[in-house]
Design a protein around this ligand. Structure first.
Ligand code: AMP
Length: 249
C-alpha cells in the first residue's frame, strides 16, 4: 500500500507571531518555520503503518517555496521514502492545493492520502475534505485511531460526547487529529540518511491549476489584551459582579 502525505511549512507553533503594521497579515521575516504539527502526526502515522507492514511506500509532498524542501527532509528523516516539492512563492489556497494534490494522486496512485486536519497558519481545515470531493473518495476526518481491518480501514473520531468509528474502503482520504499519535524525533543517522533520499522538484505551472487567490484578507488584528483581574472581598461581591457587570446570572 502506498501513502501520500502532504506536509505544509508553517510558522513554528512556539513562535508568537506579530501582525504587520498595515494589518495585511503576520510578519514572516526571520521567523522560525517548521512542519505543521498535524502533518507531523500524519507522517508519524504513515511510518507506523509502514513499520507494521501495512504500507510499502510513503511519499511526502509539499506545495510552497524552495525552503519547503526542509519540511520534506524532516518527513524523510522521520521515515518517508521520497518527496515531491511543488514549487511556488505564491500563497496557495486550500482549493488549489487540493486540485494539485488530486493531480499528484492520479499520477502516483496511493491507496491513502493522509493529511493534517488543519494547517496552523490559516486554520482552514479544508484541504482534505476538498481533496476527497475532487477524487470522489471516502474521507475519514479528525482521526484519533487508525487500524487496517482486512481490505478496509477502521478509523476512530472524537466527537461531542463520545467516539465514532468509521469503516472505510480504500482508496481513502484521512485527516489526523491531535491524539492520533506522538510524532518521533528523527535520529541523527536518519537525518543523515534522509539527505540521500530523492526529492522531485516541480514548478507549479506544470500542474495547470489556477492558483489565483479567491479570498481577500481584509484585516488582521492582534487579539485584545487581557484585562487585569480583581480580588473580591466576599461571595456576595462576586454574585453582584456576575449579575450586574457580567450579566451572566
Ligand atoms: P488546511 O486545509 O489549509 O487547514 O490544511 C490541512 C492539511 O492539508 C495540512 O495539514 C496538510 O496536510 C495539507 N496542506 C495544506 N496546504 C498544503 C501545502 N501548501 N502543501 C502541502 N500540504 C498542504
Amino acid at each position: 500500500m502506498k501513502v501520500l502525505v502532504p506536509v505544509k511549512r508553517v510558522v513554528d507553533f512556539n513562535v508568537k507571531v506579530r501582525v504587520k503594521a498595515d494589518g495585511s497579515g503576520v510578519d514572516l521575516a526571520n521567523v522560525k518555520m517548521s512542519m505543521n504539527p498535524f502533518c507531523e502526526i500524519a507522517v508519524e502515522e504513515a511510518v507506523r503503518l509502514k513499520e507494521k507492514g501495512v504500507v510499502s511506500e510513503i511519499i511526502a509532498v509539499s506545495i510552497g517555496p524552495i525552503q519547503s524542501q526542509e519540511t520534506i527532509r524532516t518527513a524523510l528523516a522521520m521515515g518517508a521514502d521520497r518527496g515531491i516539492l511543488v514549487q511556488t512563492d505564491q500563497n496557495v489556497e486550500p482549493l488549489a492545493v487540493a486540485k494539485i494534490l488530486a493531480k499528484i494522486t492520479a499520477e502516483e496512485n496511493p491507496e491513502i492520502v493522509l493529511l493534517g486536519k488543519q494547517a496552523i497558519d490559516d486554520d482552514s481545515n479544508q484541504t482534505g475534505q476538498m481533496l476527497a470531493a475532487l477524487l470522489d473518495w471516502p474521507q475519514g476526518t479528525f482521526a484519533s485511531e487508525l487500524v487496517k481491518d482486512g481490505d478496509h480501514l477502521l478509523l476512530t473520531r472524537e466527537i461531542d460526547g463520545g467516539l465514532q468509528t468509521l469503516k472505510l474502503s480504500v482508496p481513502a482520504v484521512i485527516t489526523t487529529d491531535l491524539r492520533l499519535n506522538e510524532p518521533r524525533y528523527a535520529s541523527l543517522p536518519n537525518i543523515m540518511k534522509a539527505k540521500r533520499k530523492p526529492i522531485d522538484i516541480k514548478p507549479i505551472d506544470e500542474f495547470g491549476v489556477d492558483i489565483t487567490p479567491r479570498l481577500e484578507i481584509v484585516k488582521t488584528e492582534e487579539p485584545a489584551g487581557r484585562k487585569a483581574g480583581v480580588i473580591l472581598e466576599s461571595v456576595a461581591d462576586l454574585v453582584d459582579k456576575l449579575k450586574n457587570e457580567a450579566g451572566v446570572i
